[in-house]
Structures are given as structure tokens and as C-alpha cells.
Design a protein around this ligand. Structure first.
Ligand SMILES: Cc1ncc(COP(=O)(O)O)c(C=O)c1O
Length: 463
């Protein structure tokens, strides 16, 4: 029988805190009848965020085309949804149950290229777009493709969404941590990048790429144009590929900030010798369609022979799930003004984004009022990375019990209040600092209630 110790040590070493100890304990408590407020994962529909209607109308129609001619169709579906479902099926008469071509269905990849072209006002080549089962798959593909040996590494942000460290561990590559600057709204700092790459070299590690998450998870930060320019210059200087995780590009709440894609900034800088992999997904934004695993990545500045190896890698999985591919198509081609479903679409989109905006403001304002707790108000994404100041003697207790203090704090918070957040150590944090990450996806009244509970808990815990 297969034993634990028979397993691949790289699998055993990989960690993914977002679904770690805290979530397991929360589930146990829930089974015992406790009410849990899950703030541990960016999974909007579990917080009863409603799916955007036109997406589900069209997906229903393409999954079950008999509905297109149903006698009550006009009561169930907007006329433009029916028209678009017909159009989609005209490209794939075989429907959603057949494999597609490896890179994804061509008309969808063309639509993705048009979307990028419109978003950034730059050329995008559909032949360099691959549809994937979530952005996670795309990131893992790039890591698989570029890590050749244990001395190859990728620069990854700290704190970081743990997909990157976990995938590097699985593939036997080195993770080269660079610290985001908490005192400067979690932007990247050139000196910190230089320090990390120099230290890595000293340890015999060659950096092959840099991962940047913008807007940030877990930080909620939106990178400035000049910060992105600095990163691109840095990548060029050290011959690094850039992995631009841009899955939160629609989630920007502070009107002082704008989303700048790496592709656009690189184009403006007229740089075309830095390989760029940009990821976008339907899991976030205002769609929140995590379960559909709908995503794409765009590849720039990679020669044909290297690119074809990425396509081969994708072909080992055959193709992205076809319903997810269609969902991606709907993400990049929402209804237009004048179409029947447009007013509903617009109202739904605005309601979701406005709600998130209000909650990001509440989090920023209210958490900073609690003594011993501070946070960079989240300008984007769906998270706040909250800093804790705990009394010195607590550090001693943590050391003597050989436990992470932030994990102890989060477990105690869960036991006491039912609030489930993720300890900062799951994302990495500067030594000597303590954090937790929370999503602001729960309903507004729950968020307000949660802040009050956190306040009393924090006071009690520190005393
Ligand atoms: C920064 C970041 N990248 C990628 C993902 C995963 O996206 P997907 O559901 O498209 O795999 C997440 C999910 O939370 C994320 O936060």
C-alpha cells in the first residue's frame, strides 16, 4: 500500500495556506454547528454574490441547445443571449462535450486578442493566446517550462498568493523572495529586488523570471505606472521573464489608481526583448466565476520554437474545459449598449463593484481605529493584509510552544468568534512582523459586525 513516506518529497514540501489549518478547523467547527464567517478565500459566489445573468443565460443555452428553440425561451432569456448562443454554436456545432484544439477555440482567442487590443490600445496576436483551466494552470505551465534544475529560481513577492511558492516547490525550483514595501503601499522596491537577486546568486541560484501580482493578493495594492516601468527595466537588466498575474485587473476601488498592464507599459517603453506571460481569469473581477476555471494567458517576446514547447505542454492536458473557454469568451465580450441584456449587465456589474468598493473603504477606515491593528487600505483586489502589533511576551510564548504567533492568533480568533482568516505566515512576511489576510467578500453588515468582534477579541487576546 502506498505510504506517506513513499510520496514525492516535493509534494510533501509544498504548502497552500489558503486552504490550510485554519480552514480545516473552521470546517470542523461548522460541522459541530458553529457559525463561521469565511474570510479566508477569494471565492465570491460562496458569499452569495450572484452570477452575472448574461453569462449564465448563454452558458445554459450552449450547454443545452434545445433551449434555444424552447417555446418559453423569450421569458427565460434575453434576445441577444439567444442570438449569441446561436453564434457560439455556429463555431462549435459539436457543442461543449468535445475536446477543442490545444490552445483553445480560435474565435475565442481572437476575441481575447481584441479585448487586450481595446483595453491597452496595442496590438495583440491571437496566435499567442492560450486558454487555460484557471490562471493557476497558466502560471504552473510557465514554471514547468522554465525551471530546468534546482538552481533555477523565480523571484516571487513576499507576501504572496501561495500558488507561486507551492508550484515552485512541486517542480523543484528555487523561490527567490523579494519583499514588497509595506510602508510604501506595498509597491515593489528596486533596492529590495537587487538585494534578493544578489543574495540568490551568492547561493548559486540563477533567477529566470519574476512574478508580479497586480492588483495584489494578499496586499490589495495597485502598482503605479512608474513601478511597473522599474520592474520591466529590472527584468531586462537581468534577462528575466515576467509573469504578470493580472487576475484582479477589474477590481480597483480607489479612483486615484488605474490598472496598467505589463503589456501596455512594455509597449510604451518600446521594449521587446523581455518575455512576458500575462494571466487573466474570470474567477475575480465582477464575475467571480471561480468554479468555471475560465482563464487565458498572453505570451509576448518568446521565439516560435520556445512557444511551441508551451503549446506541447498544454497539449498534454488536451485543452481547457470548453464551457470555461466559452465563459472566458463572455468575460471579454460583455453586452454592448443597445443590446437587450445590457442594462441588467451594467446594473449587476456596478452593484458588485460598488459593494466591494464600500467594503474596502470600511476595512481601511475601521481596522486602523483598533489599537495594535493597522492596514494599508486596500485599493484593489479583494483582500486586506492586516498588520498586528502584539506584546513582546507573546513572542516568547510562541517560541516556547514552537508555533507561529500569527497562526495562534488566527486560531484563537476562529475559536472565539467564528471568523476565519489566514495567518500572514501563509503568504510570507518580513521577519519580526505579524499579519493576517482577510477577504472583504462577506456582506457589508457582516463585515461591520466582524470588525466589532475583531476589536473585542484583539483587546482580550493582547491582555
Ligand atoms: C493572484 C491570484 N492568481 C491566481 C489565482 C487563481 O486564479 P484561477 O481561479 O483563475 O486559477 C488567484 C486566486 O485567488 C489569485 O489570487
Amino acid at each position: 500500500m502506498l505510504q506517506y513516506q513513499d510520496l514525492n518529497p516535493q509534494l510533501l514540501a509544498a504548502e497552500y495556506a489558503v486552504r490550510g489549518v485554519l480552514t480545516q478547523r473552521a470546517q470542523e467547527l461548522e460541522q459541530k454547528g458553529r457559525q463561521i464567517i469565511y474570510c479566508n478565500i477569494g471565492n465570491p459566489h460562496t458569499f452569495l454574490q450572484k452570477p452575472i445573468s448574461y453569462v449564465r443565460e448563454i452558458l445554459s443555452l450552449v450547454e443545452y441547445p434545445e433551449l434555444i428553440n424552447h417555446q418559453h425561451k423569450s421569458q427565460l432569456f434575453h434576445s441577444d443571449s439567444i442570438k449569441r448562443a446561436r453564434e457560439i454554436l455556429s463555431y462549435i456545432p459539436e457543442g461543449t462535450g468535445a475536446y477543442s484544439t490545444t490552445m483553445g477555440i480560435e474565435f475565442i482567442r481572437r476575441a481575447v486578442a481584441d479585448f487586450i487590443q481595446k483595453r491597452d490600445n496595442i496590438f495583440s496576436d491571437f496566435k499567442r493566446i492560450i486558454l487555460t483551466d484557471g490562471a493557476s494552470e497558466a502560471a504552473q505551465m510557465v514554471i514547468t517550462a522554465i525551471i530546468k534544475s534546482p538552481t533555477d529560481g523565480i523571484l516571487v513577492p513576499i507576501p504572496q498568493y501561495p500558488l507561486y511558492n507551492a508550484s515552485l516547490k512541486l517542480r523543484g525550483g528555487a523561490s527567490i523572495a523579494y519583499y514588497l514595501d509595506e510602508d510604501n503601499g506595498w509597491q515593489l522596491d528596486e533596492q529590495a529586488l537587487e538585494t534578493s537577486i544578489t543574495q540568490a546568486r551568492g547561493n548559486g541560484i540563477t533567477a529566470k523570471a519574476i512574478t508580479v501580482i497586480n492588483p495584489g493578493n494578499p496586499t490589495g495594492a495597485v502598482l503605479s505606472y512608474s513601478n511597473i516601468q522599474m520592474i520591466i527595466r529590472f527584468a531586462q537588466k537581468y534577462n528575466l521573464s515576467i509573469m504578470a498575474d493580472e487576475v484582479y485587473q477589474e477590481n480597483i476601488y480607489n479612483p486615484k489608481h488605474t490598472f496598467h498592464s505589463f503589456a501596455k507599459v512594455m509597449h510604451d517603453m518600446q521594449i521587446n526583448d523581455v518575455s512576458l506571460f500575462s494571466f487573466h481569469s474570470m474567477s475575480k473581477g465582477y464575475f467571480g466565476e471561480c468554479g468555471h476555471r475560465a482563464a487565458y494567458f498572453e505570451i509576448r517576446n518568446v521565439p516560435d520554437d520556445a512557444f511551441s514547447q508551451l503549446v506541447k505542454l498544454k497539449s498534454i492536458n488536451l485543452c481547457a474545459n470548453v464551457t470555461g473557454q466559452i465563459a472566458t469568451y463572455l468575460m471579454v465580450t460583455p453586452p454592448n449598449p443597445g443590446e437587450e441584456s445590457y442594462p441588467v449587465y451594467l446594473a449587476e456589474k456596478q452593484a458588485i463593484l460598488n459593494d466591494l468598493r464600500e467594503k474596502s473603504i470600511i476595512i481601511g477606515e475601521e481596522l486602523n481605529k483598533i489599537p495594535g491593528i493597522s492596514v494599508n487600505s486596500p485599493d484593489g483586489a479583494m483582500y486586506a493584509f492586516v498588520k498586528l502589533e502584539l506584546p513582546e511576551h507573546m513572542m516568547e510564548i510562541a517560541k516556547s510552544t514552537n508555533s507561529n504567533l500569527d497562526e495562534m492568533y488566527c486560531l484563537a480568533l476562529l475559536e472565539e468568534t467564528g471568523i476565519c482568516v489566514v495567518p500572514g505566515s501563509g503568504f510570507g512576511q518580513k521577519p519580526g512582523t505579524l499579519h493576517f489576510r482577510m477577504t472583504f467578500l462577506p456582506a457589508k453588515d457582516q463585515i461591520i459586525n466582524l470588525i466589532n468582534q475583531l476589536k473585542s477579541f484583539h483587546l482580550k487576546f493582547t491582555q
